[in-house]
Write a protein that binds this ligand. Structure first.
Ligand code: ACO
Length: 429
């Protein structure tokens, strides 16, 4: 039969059902595997494991496709706003005019942060990384807003509160880290404009909003809004599966995103490009080092677990990067190095054989630099963008009839049963 997979072991056969997704992705349903065969599966990094069914984001790593709720990310980057994309991901469809207006009002009404939270910010050591601060602050929101999150109305309020306050908290942490006066959100400004104003306005120099900069930020956040079951989203789902509150699950996602192999790559790319620049601009050395198996160095911003072709987000980001620098009349030597590096890597046999192409982080740092975002805030920018995706995935997992607490198995490789040895009888090395 077409919809069954047969596995045979030592002459005995077992049949397992096949699940087919709307884009014809196929999975073997192994729910009964252990009970019927005694086997578990072994899949480090979950590279071949479908941990859930999801109707939020579709990606095809071979063809370079990324769609949110069926809509290609290219179309959203061209026509949508981040707020509208967030609504789409969380609610499953594009909003009507009335729904979008209501969503905007709710975001505005919830954008202030409890004044007591400012004391929290002020007491973090100056050298703290903004991702550590953001993760702690999001978790702390639960203490300030302890309402239940069970009815649809309560969940909607918590979701909107998070979207609104994370943006305010991110800007606030930046201002406090610089010893500047905190700028409050303004109800007359849209989501992205408000963030830029909170980041860059000062009592002496009012921040002037530039249309192209606002649009660049919208697109940056749209491109980061969801990416199906990546490391941080999996963290949100796994932590959420224990039925913790939304704030705790998102805080876990922020911590997971921090790593340089994941969201922290945008900061790592700029640091790498800076190092090449300071070392005289020899980008070929970086390519040689990345190929050397005895050197732990990797070309940051290259490679992806799923994309085996050019990341579609990287294409948009590269174009936007060029346009933004041109519009602002900026010259960034790191962009020149990035382009040369990309050109050399894309022609190199190692990178071709390993299907290593630029990912979204390769050019995003240069866009953020052009906007004026400091390097240590780059991953925070990613986190704000990814928030709607995390929320949508958390909501979906809460409503999933197949939900179970995440609890993988393992292949034990430690000692078999052994016995306690009293200290006096232990051998000294
Ligand atoms: N530079 C050089 N070699 C690389 C790179 C790289 N950036 N990425 C992968 N490889 C090589 C590995 O050395 C390995 O080679 P081998 O098979 O000869 O031993 C092979 O490609 C496969 O690499 P894995 O680490 O097994 O691939 P995985 O799917 O586990 O990792 C990851 C994907 C983490 C993104 C990896 O490509 C990487 O470290 N890239 C650099 C960091 C980065 O840009 N991260 C951002 C990812 S996108 C995002 O999270 C937003």
């Amino acid at each position: 039969m077409d919809d069954l997979v047969t596995i045979t072991y030592k002459g005995k056969s077992y049949q397992l059902p096949v699940i087919i997704g709307t884009e014809n992705e196929r999975a073997v349903d192994i729910l009964r595997l252990r009970n019927e065969t005694g086997f578990i599966t072994y899949d480090p990094g979950f590279a071949n494991t479908g941990a859930c069914k999801s109707s939020i984001t579709y990606m095809d790593g071979e063809k370079g496709i990324l769609r949110y709720r069926g809509i290609p990310v290219e179309e959203l980057a061209e026509k949508s706003s981040f707020k509208e994309t967030a609504y789409l991901l969380i609610n499953g469809q594009l909003p009507t005019e009335t729904e979008l207006r209501k969503f905007s009002i709710m975001l505005n009404d919830n954008s202030l942060v409890h004044e007591d939270m400012k004391t929290f910010f002020q007491n973090f050591p100056r050298a703290s990384h903004p991702m550590g601060i953001l993760s702690a602050m999001v978790n702390a929101l639960r203490s300030f807003y302890p309402e239940l999150q069970t009815s649809e109305e309560e969940i909607n309020l918590t979701v909107t509160r998070l979207l609104a306050k994370v943006r305010t908290m991110a800007a606030m942490s930046y201002k406090i880290s610089r010893g500047h006066t905190v700028v409050y959100p303004r109800p007359d400004l849209a989501y992205c404009e408000n963030f830029l104003n909170m980041m860059f306005n000062t009592p002496v120099t009012p921040y002037v909003l530039v249309k192209e900069v606002v649009r660049a930020l919208e697109v940056f956040w749209i491109l980061h809004a969801d990416h199906e079951q990546n490391c941080s989203t999996t963290a949100v789902r796994v932590v959420g599966s224990g039925r913790v509150n939304l704030y705790a699950a998102i805080s876990a996602g922020i911590s997971a995103l921090w790593g340089p192999l994941h969201g922290g790559a945008n900061q790592a790319v700029i640091e790498m490009l800076n190092e090449i620049y300071r070392g005289g601009g020899d980008y070929r050395k970086a390519v040689t080092r990345a190929k050397d198996k005895n050197d732990p160095f990797r070309l940051m911003g290259f490679g992806h677990r799923v994309y085996k072709t050019y990341d579609p987000r990287a294409k948009i980001m590269k174009r936007m990067c060029d346009n933004l620098l041109k519009t602002l009349n900026l010259k960034d030597p790191l962009l020149d190095i990035a382009k040369e590096l990309e050109e050399v890597a894309l022609k190199d046999a190692y990178f071709i054989d390993h299907n290593l192409y630029p990912n979204v982080d390769f050019y995003s740092g240069i866009v953020l630099r052009a906007i004026g975002i400091p390097t240590n805030m780059f991953t925070v920018m990613f986190a704000i963008g990814r928030l709607p995706g995390w929320i949508a995935q958390w909501k979906e997992s809460m409503d999933d009839p197949a939900w179970r607490i995440s609890r993988p198995r393992q292949i034990y490789t430690g000692p078999t049963e052994t016995h306690y040895v009293p200290m006096s009888e232990r051998q000294t090395a």
